[in-house]
Design a protein around this ligand. Structure first.
Ligand SMILES: [Zn+2]
Length: 137
């Protein structure tokens, strides 16, 4: 069952909601926001950025992680994905691999719907066999 308080601070909620407002999604009108929380407690937010050339669209997760990495951080302890939907929106396959690049595979992935209800998943269950060079050797 989703809850309204699981693991999320007021700061994360405010950042996530701001990202939904900042979402550039004129084509799908499907706003997504993301807040990546680093191991030292910093929060990096991003939103989806669509493009008239659809394949150039950037997901909110990649936007937040780009913000995080370009700010000098590479270690995610938790990630929150916000949507303007009543449904819980899971990250796409590419985003699951991108999150796995910067996180232990057992980190929580929190999905937040428009009612601020939260569903918690474990990254390793969303992408059980993530590509990992260390595992390829
Ligand atoms: Zn994605």
């Amino acid at each position: 069952m989703p809850s309204k308080c699981q693991g999320m601070t007021k700061s994360i909620l405010e950042k996530g909601k701001k990202m939904l407002k900042n979402s550039y999604s004129p084509y799908s009108e499907f706003q997504v926001g993301c807040v990546a929380v680093t191991h030292d407690g910093q929060e990096f937010a991003g939103c989806n950025i669509e493009n008239t050339s659809y394949s150039l669209t950037v997901c909110a997760e990649v936007s937040a992680i780009s913000n995080m990495v370009s700010s000098g951080h590479t270690s995610i302890q938790a990630i929150f994905i916000f949507s303007n939907s009543e449904q819980f929106v899971t990250p796409c396959g590419a985003c699951r691999q991108t999150i796995a690049e910067f996180a232990d595979h057992d980190i929580p992935v929190y999905l937040v719907n428009q009612k601020n209800e939260i569903r918690k998943h474990q990254l390793s269950l969303l992408i059980p066999h993530a590509f990992d060079l260390e595992l390829q050797q």
